[in-house]
Write a protein that binds this ligand. Structure first.
Ligand code: GLC
Length: 396
C-alpha cells in the first residue's frame, strides 16, 4: 500500500497481527483475505517474521514485517501480563514501538485498522490514536480468567467498552466473555468452497479406522486427554490408529514433549502418528473415521470442527464456547456430533467407541452436520459481516 489515493479507490484496510506463526486465527485471516470484495485493499503488518508472512505472500496478499522485540512478540498469552507489574513493564517496553508503528500507519492512511490478536489489539489502539484512524478489534480468544491472566481480562474488557471503534468476535461464546463491549458483531470463521468434501453418504469408512485430532499442540487443546482416551479405545478395538495433526506454535514445547512421553508410557507408539504442522489438513481429515476436539476449557470457536464436518467426518468434541454452537446450534436441536465434558477421558473414549461401533448413528449426524455447516459457516458470510463492520467504522 503506497501513499493514500482517492477515496474513490475503495476501502483501504491495514491488518495488524503480532505473530509470524500460523495459528487458527491466522488461517482464518488468510481465508478471509482470499474472499473479500474487489474494492477492498488490505495491507497486513506482522510484528514478527515467520511462516505466516511466507504463506500470505504465496497466497498473493500484501504483507510487511515490522519486528517487535522477540521477547514480547513470543510471550505466551497465559504468562504475559501474569501480574500487574509484568504487564506494566511489557507495556512500557512496547510503547515506543507502538508510537513508531502509529507514524507508519499515519503515512499509509488506511480507512480502517483491523487487529487480529490480543497483542495487536493493544498495540493497535496506541498506533491507531497516533495515526488518527479507527481501530476494529477482531477477537479470537475468550476474554475470560480460565483462558487469560486476570489483569489482562480486566484490561481488555474495560477497553472493549470504549477504545476500539468496533469489536468483532468469532462466536457467541466469545461475545459472552466481553460484557458491554462496544458495537459487537459476531463473524463465525467460515470455510471456503474448496474445503467442502463430497456428501458423507458417498464416504467409505477408513479401514483400519483412524481417529484424529487437529490443531496447535497446546495444553488448551487437550492432546494429552486424546492419547489417554486412545489407550481406552485400543483396549476395545486394537486395530484403530490415531493421528495427531499439528505442532506447538506459541512456546508449548514442554507440553508437546509430555504428550509424546505419554504415548510411550502407555505403550501406544505403534498406534499413534504425529504429522507435525499442516496448513491444510484436508488429506488427513479425509483419512479419519472420527475427528476429535478435546479442549479442556471452552474453546473460543473451533474451526477445525467445522472443517471436519465439511469433509463429512463424524465429530466428537468437548462441550463449551463456540463448540456447542457448532455441534448443537440450539438446546432443542439434534446434536450434529457427540458432545462430552472437558477433561473427561472416559467420556471421550466412550463417544469415540460409539462412533466406531454405530455407523447407523454416526452417518446421519455427519450428513446433517455437512448440510448445516454449508448453511451457517460459509466464508462469504464471514467476509460480508466483516466488510460491513469496516465500512461502518470507516464512515464514522
Ligand atoms: C483461535 C481460537 C479458535 C478459533 C480460531 C479462529 O485459534 O482458539 O477457537 O477457531 O481462532 O477464530
Amino acid at each position: 500500500m503506497g501513499d493514500r489515493q482517492d477515496p474513490g479507490d475503495g476501502l483501504r484496510v491495514v491488518v495488524l497481527d503480532h505473530t509470524g506463526a500460523v495459528g487458527g486465527a491466522e488461517l482464518a485471516l488468510i481465508r478471509l483475505l482470499d474472499h473479500l470484495d474487489d474494492d477492498i485493499r488490505v495491507h497486513t503488518i506482522l510484528f514478527s517474521d515467520g511462516p505466516l508472512a511466507e504463506l500470505m505472500t504465496e497466497a498473493g496478499h500484501d504483507v510487511e514485517v515490522w519486528p517487535l522485540d522477540p521477547r514480547i512478540a513470543a510471550a505466551d498469552r497465559r504468562a504475559s501480563g501474569g501480574t500487574r507489574l509484568t504487564a506494566l513493564v511489557n507495556a512500557l517496553r512496547v510503547l515506543p514501538y507502538a508510537v513508531r508503528l502509529g507514524g507508519h500507519l499515519r503515512r499509509l492512511a488506511p480507512d480502517v485498522i483491523h487487529t487480529t490478536s490480543l497483542k495487536a489489539d493493544l498495540i493497535g489502539l496506541v498506533a491507531g490514536r497516533v495515526a488518527r484512524r479507527p481501530v476494529v478489534w477482531h477477537i479470537h480468544d475468550r476474554i475470560s480468567p480460565d483462558y487469560l491472566p486476570a489483569p489482562m481480562v480486566q484490561l481488555l474488557r474495560g477497553l472493549a467498552r470504549w477504545a476500539p471503534s468496533r469489536v468483532i468476535v468469532n462466536s457467541a461464546g466469545t461475545a459472552a466473555t466481553l460484557p458491554n463491549a462496544k458495537s459487537l458483531a459476531i463473524a463465525y470463521p467460515g470455510f471456503s468452497p474448496a474445503q467442502l468434501g463430497p456428501s458423507p453418504v458417498t464416504r467409505d469408512s477408513p479401514c483400519p479406522p483412524v481417529v484424529g485430532i487437529v490443531g496447535r499442540i497446546s495444553p488448551t487443546k487437550g492432546q494429552l486427554e486424546f492419547v489417554r482416551a486412545a489407550a481406552m479405545v485400543l483396549d476395545r478395538h486394537p486395530e484403530v490408529r490415531f493421528l495427531v495433526v499439528g505442532a506447538p506454535l506459541f512456546g508449548e514445547d514442554a507440553y508437546d514433549a509430555e504428550v509424546r512421553a505419554e504415548v510411550e508410557t502407555l505403550g501406544l507408539a505403534d498406534a499413534v502418528v504425529f504429522t507435525g504442522f499442516l496448513a491444510d489438513p484436508t488429506v488427513e481429515l479425509d483419512r479419519m473415521s472420527v475427528c476429535v476436539h478435546a479442549s479442556g476449557q471452552p474453546e473460543p470457536f473451533g474451526q477445525v470442527i467445522v472443517e471436519a464436518m465439511a469433509r463429512g467426518v463424524p465429530v466428537v468434541a468437548t462441550r463449551g464456547g463456540g463448540v456447542t454452537e457448532i455441534v448443537q446450534p440450539t438446546p432443542q436441536s439434534e446434536p450434529l456430533g457427540w458432545l462430552v465434558p472437558g477433561h473427561d477421558v472416559a467420556a471421550l473414549a466412550e463417544a469415540i467407541i460409539t462412533v466406531l461401533e454405530r455407523p447407523d448413528l454416526a452417518r446421519p449426524r455427519a450428513l446433517a452436520a455437512w448440510h448445516s455447516v454449508q448453511e451457517r459457516f460459509s466464508i462469504t458470510r464471514t467476509a460480508d459481516t466483516i466488510q460491513t463492520v469496516w465500512r461502518t467504522a470507516a464512515d464514522r
